[in-house]
Design a protein. Structure first.
Length: 609
């Protein structure tokens, strides 16, 4: 194939697309209905802030390489504490460019939060009155904008210009919509040395060759495209640079241009990282995306090569996550996920390095739905095992994944999409059954013959891009409602430090014992296991008195941790003073805020003024 011929063909494809512009507009409007592109997202956020008045602000967290703004919506209602002295909750969506649902759910939650401002009957009102809420509905606007483009090609990356094949030219050879249908399909190329074959159980799908099982490959797979720069490779360096969910410092895997040149190399991630570092009050984060740590709670067993850091959860936080996961499943009805990979992922950094309780949520999972739940009786107390396989398509249920990365391949491969993005487009019998059952003929393209300019006879087919990550628009409101329920629940679990009335005893002439008991009435401890592991600062209590009046006890007493659900600790001092003297005890922790406890030296009233 001559490069000149390639260019001519690309130009012809371009002409076809231009001529079909009105039809294309209709097609784009139909397939992205219910979703907001960047411009509409901005309009909606500005409208929300206008409606919220002084209780909301919209800031720019970062500017992308394509010049788009990454927005941050801050919300707080009037409450007992000023917003800057409250714990804060962070919501993030749109980290992956191939995930329209997460961003849409995050925006839906922002709408509900604005609705809840000033409305004491709203389920989210307590959250707004007791916490500061930050919403980043779309961390990766460049990547997410591809969903609204003329040609559908789902990829997680942002738009950083990256020379993926290191040939000195950037973005020179991306995919090509050869048949002009507005979708980048999978090419199935006959090849006796190929590593794929038609799945004997699901002939429309493909299966990896397996010499052990005697399954011989008959095809190889590639994305629809040409060798635009005639370097002997097809589609090796298209538009799209770094996967923002592989660019965070926790277990960052270097040496892959899609992960970024170095940790936090991307402006979107740097903007958010700086914001999080500058706001230690953030104690809870909910991420709406493609990862999950609530359907399959990690076991917390894996450490990194240094033997120090935990790959996912600290083992002593696992039981608490499991407890919360039970409520999550009940409240959202979600029963499945693709698992998660913490390497370089945002959720893993927030938890492991910032010690923020972080929930990674995949808000849409149409497989394994009630009344045909997956076989998870321990987490689905109301699910009847009898209803299991009836409507779920053409094969037996797989076992639920026990541990994200270590699933039983033999049992799950038929139903679970492959870890390889190309493999995901041609495997997953449950997704196929879902597409058939929900009347989505557009979701899977049956293999159709195509004469490729250089490869000859190939076939185009496979799952359409975004099918597994863009919830049908009609389902979005229910997804938001379910997540709003869990958001209200989760944000009420945060630690809440309260001071019991201080006790003062007169021990002798002008000498007093002052004792303060602090109680954590929240569910979560003041310091989770990961907070202890990463040495987050202790609670510090100090009497506001000149040093010479404190004759016993540390001037600043530290409490390393208060357990959740009523955990308590005492601190005491010997103080010089006279009956009737008053002063304050200051309780402070940078994430939990401060409490000022008034004290009056008095033998008769227990120390309370
Ligand atoms: Ca290149
Ligand atoms: Ca196509
Ligand atoms: Ca090439
Ligand atoms: Ca090249």
């Amino acid at each position: 194939m001559q490069p000149g011929k390639n260019r001519l063909l690309t130009a012809l494809v371009g002409l076809v697309c231009t001529a079909a512009a009105p039809a294309q507009e209709t097609r784009n409007a139909e397939r992205t209905a219910g979703y907001h592109d960047h411009a509409r997202l901005g309009q909606e956020l500005r409208a929300l802030v206008e409606r919220a008045g002084p209780r909301a602000t919209l800031d720019v967290l970062a500017r992308t390489s394509a010049g788009r703004e990454v927005w941050l919506l801050s919300l707080a209602d009037t409450g007992p504490r000023p917003p800057e002295d409250r714990q804060a909750v962070l919501l993030v969506g749109g980290v992956s460019g191939n995930d329209p649902t997460g961003s849409a759910v995050c925006l839906g939650l922002a709408r509900q939060l604005v609705d809840a401002l000033g409305d004491e009957d709203h389920d989210l009102h307590d959250l707004l009155a007791s916490r500061q809420v930050y919403v980043v509905p779309r961390l990766n606007p460049d990547g997410c904008e591809r969903f609204f483009g003329d040609v559908w090609h789902a990829q997680p990356h942002n738009a950083r210009a990256t020379d993926h094949d290191r040939d000195g030219v950037v973005n020179e050879d991306g995919v090509n919509d050869l048949d002009g249908d507005g979708i980048i399909s999978v090419m199935r190329i006959p090849d006796p040395h190929g590593t794929w074959l038609a799945d004997p159980d699901h002939p429309r799908l493909m299966k990896p060759a397996d010499p052990v099982e005697g399954l011989r490959g008959t095809h190889r797979l590639e994305l629809e495209g040409l060798d635009d720069d005639a370097d002997g490779h097809r589609n090796e360096d298209g538009a799209g640079g770094v996967d923002l969910d592989r660019n965070w410092p926790h277990f960052f895997a270097p040496g892959n241009s899609q992960h970024g040149q170095y940790q936090l190399s991307e402006p979107e991630n740097r903007g958010l990282a700086t914001f999080v570092a500058d706001h230690p009050q953030i104690t809870l984060a909910l991420l709406y995306g493609l990862h999950d740590n609530l359907i399959d709670v990690p076991k917390g067993k894996t450490r990194g090569p240094d033997g120090q850091s935990y790959r996912d959860l600290h083992p002593d936080d696992v039981a608490r996550y499991q407890h919360i996961a039970k409520a999550f499943k009940e409240q959202t009805g979600l029963t499945g996920s693709d698992g998660s990979n913490p390497e370089g992922a945002l959720f893993a950094w927030l938890y492991s390095q910032r010690a923020i309780t972080t929930f990674a949520i995949r808000p849409w999972w149409p497989l394994d739905r009630k009344p045909e739940p997956a076989s998870q009786p321990t987490t689905q107390p109301d699910a009847s095992p009898d209803t299991e396989t009836a409507e779920d398509g053409d094969d037996a249920k797989p076992k639920p994944e026990k541990d994200g990365g270590k699933r039983d391949r033999k049992k799950t491969d038929e139903n679970k999409p492959s870890d390889d993005p190309l493999g995901r487009r041609v495997t997953g019998s449950k997704w196929l059954a879902w597409a058939d059952a929900s009347g989505r003929p557009d979701a899977f393209r049956t293999w159709t013959a195509f004469e490729h300019p250089s490869l000859g006879a190939v076939e185009l087919g496979g799952f359409a891009p975004f099918v597994q990550t863009a919830a049908p628009a009609a389902e979005l409101p229910d997804l938001v409602t379910a997540q709003a329920t869990f958001l209200a629940h989760a944000s009420a679990l945060l630690p809440a430090v309260e001071a019991r009335p201080p006790v003062t005893d007169e021990l002798g002439a002008d000498l007093w014992r002052v004792e303060l008991t602090l109680v954590n009435t929240g569910y979560l401890p003041t310091h989770t296991a990961i907070a202890g592991h990463t040495r987050q600062p202790a609670l510090v209590v100090r009497p506001e008195l000149p040093a010479e009046r404190i004759v016993g006890g540390q001037r600043a007493q530290r409490i390393d941790r208060l357990a959740g659900s009523g955990g308590a600790a005492d601190v005491q001092w010997l103080i010089r003073g006279k009956a009737g003297d008053t002063f304050s005890l200051n309780v402070y922790q940078r994430a939990l805020g401060s409490i000022k406890v008034p004290v009056r030296l008095s033998a008769g009233n227990g120390g309370t003024p």
